[in-house]
Design a binder for this molecule. Sequence first.
Ligand code: SAH
Length: 283
Amino acid sequence: MSDSLPLPQGQWPTLEPGWVWLCGAGPGDPGLLTLHAVNALRQADVVIYDALVQEAILDWAPQAEHIYAGKRGGKPSAKQRDISLRLVDLARAGKRVLRLKGGDPFVFGRGGEEAQTLVQHNVPVRIIPGISAGIGGLAYAGIPVTHRDVNQSVTFVTGHDQSGQTPSSLDWQSIAKGSQVIVIYMGMKHVERIASELIKAGRPGDEPCAVVCAATTDKQLVLETTLATMPQDIANSQLEPPAILCVGRSVLMRQVLDWQAMTQGHAPRNLDPLGRGRPAESA
Ligand code: SAH
């Protein structure tokens, strides 16, 4: 695989010894890697990757040592500080280091912290963005993260903070009022609290919601529900993290845009889920 995909003509950066490239791997589907990620995979001596990175992606770096830095099998996750310092050590040892993270490294991925530690230790870095689960994962469920008839803004929220609690610093009133669509990362554990805070803050209990699990992978599952019923519906289901929760009427667009159903042979459904007329009929 690694040689079969030619990169387009152009100046591709060289991963020099002693550098660390912090790279997003996208939400799962290897096809959502960027070409910069592929370029990096081909050059790395070492790839340090997280739990959410699909291991198939490592096939693009057969020459590299693969180091797993996530949580698996009930073992505690490697400490953030330990990972950062390991990156420093590898860079100082003259390796070409690729730090591969799920989604985008700067979206709830602690990429900023890792990069800052590297810079503090005088290790040069390059950042390669990736497709974040809260955008690309929803797209794979047929949910547009913005839609002109639904929202002019979108809020990305994390469902728990470093302590594992619902972020107490979050102002749910403002979040509820701030944008029509709310996309919640790491929200499964505290979904009950999150849903009740949003309802308390004035979001309707019957507001459409979706839970998209293992988005873009072949294990992707989507639950369509409402804000009030979401916690119980999740509890009654087999759904497990990783999952993105989406609160807002854009979820209704899935009725038309569930393109994965089309790939499985379902005919396109020409519905008007928002009741605003179909685009061709409106200005
Ligand atoms: N940097 C990542 C987010 C890391 S935080 C990004 O930009 O996507 C981890 C959380 O991301 C998970 O708890 C889940 O909420 C979300 N996530 C990551 N990959 C996912 C996937 N394939 N499907 C659903 N949610 C995912």
